[in-house]
Design a protein around this ligand. Structure first.
Ligand code: ATP
Ligand code: MG
Ligand code: MG
Length: 369
């Protein structure tokens, strides 16, 4: 639901935004929340803030989510300060309400709002253009994780339970096939079979975690390129943003999701998968950036599973698209018929290509220091 400009200014005024409010307009290309940029005049200088209405249909426990963001950004800021590093652009800064220290506005009519300082001189990219961007983004996500490695604050809230529990995602697919409410299963028997045959892949990472071989860490869980701000002048990663899904998880899930998005040479819903060849150059740039960013913190067993993680997270996403197709496209928004089936097929084609290049990709990691 679009928000009227004067109402937006009223909402902005509820936060500690300094100066005279000039404008508030929709901003960016995020898919989940409603994002606006607010401009104020501070002694003749325009100063911007980022105002967001949280999507509470997806995030059902917004207060827990905001507590996570306060804890995580507070921890990173404290650490950067102690290290004597500049921090204002390196970490998101929540702006509190004007009449209290609370960092969100929860109003039965207006919805759930928050406000951040605007990070200037940097931008996000929706589509990866160069391997250097993959490197910088992976390095930034790796550094984000290593800044949180010694977090000892209150345990973080699970904002979406079982987000990357792949066997549960496969179980949801099986349930959708059994129910088949729209009779769509007959259109995609081969795709369903593809997913079912890979049950062992689905269990790889949760299996390693259950054995205690890989640790739970604080992870971002939405590691797309457009969730990292890259510096306008240097192209270097400046700040990891979009912290709604930060919660305990596996490093390999963060890495695998980067592979899923950066190594796909096609659009995510391109039905012509005959040209699907996973990009090894992107994979190498991601692995190199992530290893640098995490600063040697990844265990050998995590390093050995970087390639599998790419296959697994791509498989998981394809499985979710297929499930949603069978259930009538209720989760992922579609703009044309069978788009979720095309998305599933595209992801599964990428899994195939990642699997067939497994040895070559392993070789690329071996060469990295
Ligand atoms: P997604 O679809 O990735 O889940 P979202 O709806 O959760 O996105 P965000 O990623 O938080 O929204 O923000 C949308 C866009 O707004 C970002 O891609 C970025 O370009 C911009 N943005 C977000 N926070 C800031 C900030 N503090 N300073 C400057 N720009 C920002
Ligand atoms: Mg985002
Ligand atoms: Mg988001």
């Amino acid at each position: 639901m679009p928000v009227d400009a004067s109402l937006l200014l009223d909402i902005a005024r509820r936060f500690q935004v300094l100066g005279d409010l000039l404008s508030a307009v929709p901003y960016g290309t995020g898919h989940i929340n409603d994002t606006y940029v607010v401009t104020c005049d501070q002694a003749g200088e325009p100063v911007r803030y980022l105002l967001q209405r949280l999507n509470t249909k997806i995030f059902k426990t917004p207060r827990g989510l905001m507590k996570n963001i306060e804890e995580v950004t507070g921890h990173i800021r404290g650490k950067l300060k102690r290290q004597g590093e500049p921090f204002t652009r390196r970490v998101l800064t929540l702006v509190p309400l004007a009449d209290s220290g609370v960092c969100f506005l929860d109003d039965p009519e207006l919805g759930f709002w928050r406000c951040y300082l605007f990070i200037e001189g940097a931008r996000t990219y929706d589509v990866i253009e160069r391997v250097e961007q993959a490197f910088e983004a992976a390095k930034a996500f790796g550094a984000f994780q290593s800044l949180l490695a010694d977090y000892e604050g209150p345990s973080l809230h699970e904002t979406i339970p079982d987000f990357h529990h792949t066997p549960k995602r496969l179980a949801a697919l099986k349930a959708a096939v059994a129910e088949d409410p729209l009779g769509r299963a007959r259109d995609c028997e081969a795709d369903i079979l593809f997913a079912l045959e890979r049950a062992p892949l689905a269990g790889r990472l949760v299996g390693l975690q259950a054995e205690g071989a890989i640790p739970e860490r604080i992870t971002h869980n939405d590691t797309k390129l457009n969730n990292v701000m890259l510096d306008d002048a240097t192209g270097a990663g400046v700040c990891v943003i979009d912290l709604d899904t930060v919660m305990p998880g596996l490093s390999l899930c963060d890495f695998g999701d980067m592979v899923r998005t950066a190594c796909n040479p096609l659009a995510e819903d391109d039905p012509d998968t005959s040209r699907m060849v996973a990009r090894g150059d992107m994979f190498e740039a991601l692995a190199s950036g992530y290893l640098q960013g995490t600063g040697g913190a990844l265990l050998p067993v995590e390093r050995e599973h970087l390639v599998v993680a790419g296959q697994l997270l791509t498989y998981e996403c394809g499985t979710r698209f297929l499930t949603d197709y069978l259930l009538g496209d209720t989760y992922f928004r579609t703009h044309r018929p069978a788009q979720n089936l095309d998305r599933a097929r595209n992801q599964f084609a990428l899994v195939r290509s990642l699997e067939s290049q497994e040895e070559a990709f392993m070789g690329r990691i071996r060469n990295l220091v």
